[in-house]
Ligand binder design. Structure first.
Ligand code: NAP
Ligand code: MG
Length: 404
């Protein structure tokens, strides 16, 4: 069979540790035999980030802006221990944070569902995609510990010097704590547009929730911006696509999510998204089955697995021990990126290949062939636990039947 052609490059971002090893297995076994890969390669592995003073991360983000689609391997976000381990020149920022800042995107996380691994929530039949507004709020707040009797005020000074002073609280001699946090109309608007676009893209309803009844200025601003943008730009498109935008209070949303069948996008403010994405991932099974895509308001896409570099497995691998690391989310990062490349270029063969790759991967697990993490969760009998490499080879056997 002739290999599938890719006229426009896909931006490839390599990464670290166990996921870097999986990355190579996937390319060699599941992609190169079928596709004449046209990739623009950026090595975001920590040693190369260090060599380039992290310039490579910025170059990769710029390349996504140029070509529209990227696929990224998990990468180490250095801390003090990593600076020592890798003899780094600097404690570089999270590559995901750097890329997100350049693309101004929203991250959508969705679980991969397979028969035989049931969500902890009985009613969930389809994936719930969480969209987290990863900007501002408590993550960029200013906090202060008040010692003793004091008055806290909020002061806003306009460019022309006009001052607004708001009384916050009078503390008694035992003191207390105070914080201020912010968000911007620009960032909330970008978030809203990314969510509306992604809902249209994936033909799913969009839910959004805040606590606007209590937070009458702050949270209410989120509600209003979403409503205004929806009315002005998306209402008709949603009607045509037969999907809905649904706004409710955050506590009502939580209750409805648990009773729902799934199959929608849940847009969350920053803190809600941080907390709820962990809950949803756990309830659906395993972090190793969570996919993640960064979507910018301009329509740039970056696909990756939601999990990290699986350090514990990597050290076992280095020690010569066998590993059973689940490559599903990384495979789906590739299939997602290839499908999107295909959509943008009108490349039907590439889109069909992406479908086949996902189908072969899911069929492998549903036949009882899986890595250790899933073997602990499944209700299937006759499970065959395989190592990291053999799991990918088992997928290849099934992929060959689908595309051969
Ligand atoms: P992690 O890599 O997600 O792994 C945490 C644990 O989850 C693993 O030890 C493993 O549990 C399980 N796990 C995760 N993915 C798995 C998979 N594919 N197959 C099987 N089990 C899997 O998180 P971490 O250990 O906290 O972080 C490691 C490094 O990743 C850090 O340096 C961090 O900076 C980086 N990180 C990167 C990203 C990103 O690039 N997007 C995201 C998060 C973290 P068991 O050990 O019990 O088997
Ligand atoms: Mg979290």
């Amino acid at each position: 069979m002739a290999k599938i052609k890719m006229p426009v490059p896909l931006v490839e971002m390599d990464g670290d540790e166990m996921t870097r090893i999986i990355w190579d297995f996937i390319k060699v076994n599941l992609l190169e035999p079928y596709i004449d890969l046209n990739l623009e390669y950026y090595d975001l592995g920590l040693p190369h980030r260090d060599e380039t003073d992290d310039a490579v991360t910025i170059q990769a983000a710029e390349a996504i802006k140029k070509y529209g689609v990227g696929v990224k391997c998990a990468t180490i976000t250095p801390n003090a221990q990593r600076v020592e381990e890798y003899h780094l020149k600097d404690m570089y920022k999270s590559p995901n944070g750097t890329i997100r800042a350049i693309l101004d995107g929203t991250v959508f996380r969705a679980p991969i569902l397979v028969k035989g691994i049931k969500p902890s929530v009985r009613t969930w039949e389809a994936p719930i995609t969480i969209a987290r507004h990863a900007y501002g709020d408590v993550y960029k707040d200013t906090e202060y510990k008040v010692d003793g009797a004091a008055t806290a005020e909020l002061v806003i000074t306009k460019k022309d010097g006009e001052e607004t002073r708001l009384h916050v609280f009078d503390y008694n001699e035992n003191g207390g704590i105070v914080l201020s946090m912010y968000n911007t109309d620009d960032s909330i608007s970008s978030f809203a547009r990314s969510c509306f676009n992604y809902a249209l893209d994936t033909k799913q309803d969009l839910w959004f929730a805040t606590k606007d009844t209590i937070s009458k200025q702050y949270d209410h601003r989120f509600k209003d911006i979403f409503a205004e943008i929806f009315e002005a730009e998306y209402k008709e498109k949603f009607e045509k696509a037969h999907i809905e935008y649904f706004y409710t209070l955050i506590d009502d949303a939580v209750a409805r999510v648990i009773r729902s069948k799934g199959g929608f996008i849940w847009a969350c403010k920053n803190y809600d998204g941080d907390v709820m994405s962990d809950m949803v991932a756990t309830a659906f099974g395993s972090l190793a089955m969570m996919t993640s895509v960064l979507v910018s308001p301009q329509g740039y896409y970056e696909y990756e697995a939601a999990h990290g570099t699986v350090t514990r497995h990597y050290y076992k691998h280095l020690a010569g021990e066998e590993t059973s690391t689940n490559s599903m989310a990384t495979i789906f990062a590739w299939s997602g990126a290839l499908r999107k490349r295909g959509e943008l270029d009108g490349n039907r063969q590439l889109m069909e290949f992406a479908d086949a790759l996902e189908k072969a991967s899911i069929a492998t697990i549903e036949k009882g062939v899986m890595t250790k993490d899933l073997a602990l969760l499944t209700e299937l009998d006759n499970v065959k636990v395989v190592n990291t490499e053999n799991f990918i080879k088992e997928i290849k056997l099934r992929l060959d039947k689908l595309v051969g």
